[in-house]
Design a binder for this molecule. Structure first.
Ligand code: SF4
Length: 368
């Protein structure tokens, strides 16, 4: 007997997952999606505001998941104490594990789960994929809605007979000769998986999705339990501008920390903002974002400095106290202005946020 599949969508507090929640409600109102957010207790107020606005739009509660839910400390502080004051870093990211991944995996248990992920059509990355085989990720904003592991199985040469046979069962009008030809061609060093995938998707995205779904029904993936899956009909690709439009038109709004703020140094002028959601002290932020925090939210910067009193620092090469020396702030701003000019020239993109994002390293579980 098929098990009941749960559909879940995690809200990180960033623009992409918020836009995805709006998109899914508008486009697939019949899917019963459970919305959740993993609260570290250290997000910016703007993030909590975004979540409140979204709840109003969705007409549904967004479940607040917390690590160490019975502790009298904020989740982050609870685990920091457990780790003896050792601050997380990109090499030791205990915060993501304890505050995001573990509460999520506890929330879904062993139920078969479809997890919708807000990676955009103009991004070239896969995002966080759970190691639990009961959790399957779907990417509605991309042309390819499937995860890499699914694609590897669907496009394996051994799957070709199954796909060709199933193609013959599809209504004639949606079959195309070209599609059939590509489908039957085995992968080889001169015909790679990404090439085959692109050709199939460009020729007929819906048909490819339909075949992938039929194939999944023969596996242990969560989707094998579903009689239908409306996203096989999805051939839209949403990019950055679409995300901003969705947020604005819905009335939910763009998270306030994305708003650009003017700053000057000597006779140079520029704008800065924060490029990601997540904890206000996140070690993934860039120097200019630390300066933004210091100048726009001095009280939070002071709190971030407090954490360094135990002897560890957020960044390896300098403490937050060193970072706000006037000559250091000036140097960070000058360097930022030069870098954005160089990048804008190179990428021909006028958007500061594109530049920050293109450079930004980060954690998919925290920032999507
Ligand atoms: S936002 Fe940064 S500090 Fe917070 S949990 Fe994620 S990676 Fe860790």
């Amino acid at each position: 007997m098929s098990k009941k599949v749960r559909h879940v969508l995690g809200i990180s507090g960033g623009k992409d997952s918020a836009a995805l929640a709006i998109y899914m409600k508008d486009r697939y109102p019949n899917l019963d999606i459970e919305y959740y957010t993993c609260d570290t207790g250290k997000e910016l107020d703007e993030t909590y505001q975004l979540i409140d606005n979204l709840e109003v739009y969705l007409g549904k509660k967004i479940l607040r998941l917390q690590g160490a839910e019975n502790s009298n400390l904020d989740p982050f502080d609870h685990f920091l104490e457990m780790y003896g004051g050792y601050l997380p870093s990109s090499n030791s990211r205990w915060c993501t594990k304890k505050l995001k991944l573990e509460p999520f995996e506890k929330f879904v248990g062993d139920d078969p789960v479809i997890s919708y992920v807000g990676i955009r059509g103009d991004e070239d990355r896969e995002g966080y994929i759970s190691k639990k085989s009961t959790i399957q990720s779907i990417f509605p904003f991309r042309q390819n809605i499937w995860s890499e592991d699914v694609i590897a199985k669907v496009l394996a040469n051994t799957t070709i007979p199954f796909l060709v046979e199933n193609l013959a069962l599809q209504p004639f009008s949606i079959r195309a000769e070209r599609f059939e030809e590509v489908l039957a061609q085995p992968l080889s060093p001169s015909f790679t998986k990404p090439q085959k995938l692109k050709l199939l998707l460009d020729t007929n995205t819906r048909l490819f999705n339909q075949l992938a779904f039929q194939y999944l029904k023969t596996t242990n993936y969560p989707l094998a339990n579903e009689a239908e899956f409306p996203l096989v009909e999805n051939d839209e690709i949403l990019v950055r501008d679409d995300i901003f439009k969705l947020l604005e038109v819905s009335g939910v709004g763009v998270p306030a920390y994305y708003k650009k703020v003017d700053f000057g140094v000597e006779d140079l002028k520029s704008q800065y903002s924060r490029s990601r959601s997540g904890c206000y002290f996140c070690f993934f932020q860039q120097k200019i974002e630390w300066v933004w925090l210091y100048e726009q939210h001095p009280e939070l910067y002071a709190k971030a400095m407090e954490y360094e009193k135990a002897g560890y620092s957020w960044a390896q090469e300098e403490t937050l106290e060193e970072l706000i020396r006037p000559e250091r702030i000036k140097a960070i701003k000058e360097e930022f202005i030069k870098r954005t000019e160089r990048m804008a020239e190179k990428q021909k993109s006028p958007y500061l946020l594109d530049i920050l994002e293109a450079e930004g390293e980060g954690c998919a579980a925290c920032f999507i």
